[in-house]
Write a protein that binds this ligand. Structure first.
Ligand SMILES: Cc1cc2nc3c(=O)[nH]c(=O)nc-3n(C[C@H](O)[C@H](O)[C@H](O)COP(=O)(O)OP(=O)(O)OC[C@H]3O[C@@H](n4cnc5c(N)ncnc54)[C@H](O)[C@@H]3O)c2cc1C
Length: 273
């Protein structure tokens, strides 16, 4: 199928993109186009105007302070995989980027597009939620900062308002003693996850997050609390079972076992001596 007709506007700046979005309620931005282009072609998404923000320098800016790292929403997965951006998580971003899809997709798809898409099985929502990231949003009406836990709402659903663009992700820098790991199970290389887990071991900020199990990436509350209190892995088995069961929409012994195994893999990595 081919997309329904739409107007195409290539934005020369972030400001111009925000103005173009504000001009029409049926306008959408396109970044890497890896999800939006197929949705348009299948006519599952319809819009009057496409505002192309791909390659905007303002959306590719990255910098690091003593406490946080900012990664522009227009940074591609390949840029992160290639180490062209700072990594506040001891290499976890770089390792995770290399497991997204395959190289051709990674060269186009962006971290901001992935979050805005909010696919329940996508890698970045899970990884960035575990790291306690905040999305920096811009619109013609003003700017706001939204914690990832509040940005992710449900299946392909975020709390982005009409006219808003994700400009960057702000990620707290992990201290040297902190540990971070992710684990992904896919049917084949390059496919979306059947289970994706990210675990950060960092004192009271410790978090374990599971994706591809429910409508959005979700913090495992009991496992996260156990990590924060320094519990050893052998005392977490029941907590993993309970947290996974609470996320699955209905009891399913295969999926329960798949996700539990994946959570344990990531826990093993961060808790290894
Ligand atoms: C074959 C294939 C395999 C894939 N496998 C994986 C995988 O294993 N793991 C994974 O995580 N992903 C996977 N993806 C998704 C891919 O990695 C992209 O991240 C994803 O398609 C969205 O990024 P994009 O830049 O292409 O966004 P686009 O397709 O351009 O846009 C997607 C949506 O986000 C909106 N949007 C884009 N940028 C912004 C912004 N800055 N602010 C606000 N809204 C914005 C658009 O309006 C649109 O609604 C796969 C894709 C393909 C085609």
């Amino acid at each position: 199928m081919k997309a329904a007709p739409f107007h195409y506007a290539r934005a020369a700046s972030l400001h111009a993109a925000l103005d173009a979005l504000a001009a029409g309620p049926e306008a959408l931005v396109i970044s890497g186009g890896q999800s939006l282009a197929p949705l348009l072609n299948l006519r599952m998404t319809l819009c009057d105007t496409i505002v192309d923000i791909g390659g905007l320098i303002e959306l590719q800016a990255c910098w690091q302070t003593d406490h946080v790292t900012l990664i522009g929403a227009g940074v591609t997965h390949a840029m992160i995989e290639d180490g062209l951006t700072p990594d506040p998580a001891h290499g976890m971003l770089r390792r995770a980027a290399g497991k997204i899809a395959y190289r051709a997709v990674r060269c186009q798809g962006t971290i901001g597009g992935s979050l805005a898409m909010a696919d329940p099985a996508a890698d970045w929502p899970c990884i960035l939620l575990a790291l306690g990231a905040t999305a920096i949003l811009r619109s013609a009406l003003g700017d706001r900062r939204v914690a990832l836990d509040d940005l992710l709402v449900g299946v392909y659903e975020t709390s982005l308002r009409p006219g808003e663009i994700i400009q960057a992700l702000e990620i707290p820098n992990l201290p040297p003693q902190a540990r971070a790991a992710s684990a992904k199970i896919s049917r084949k290389t390059g496919a979306f996850a059947n289970s994706i887990v990210a675990v950060v071991l960092n004192g009271e900020s410790s978090r374990a997050v599971l994706g591809a199990a429910g409508p959005r990436a979700t913090i495992l509350p009991h496992v996260s609390a156990a990590l924060a209190s320094g519990s050893p892995l052998d005392q977490m088995t029941g907590l993993v079972t309970r947290d996974v069961a609470d996320i699955l929409p209905e009891p399913d012994s295969y999926l329960q076992s798949l996700h539990e195994t994946n959570v344990r893999r990531a826990l093993l990595e961060v808790l290894a001596p």
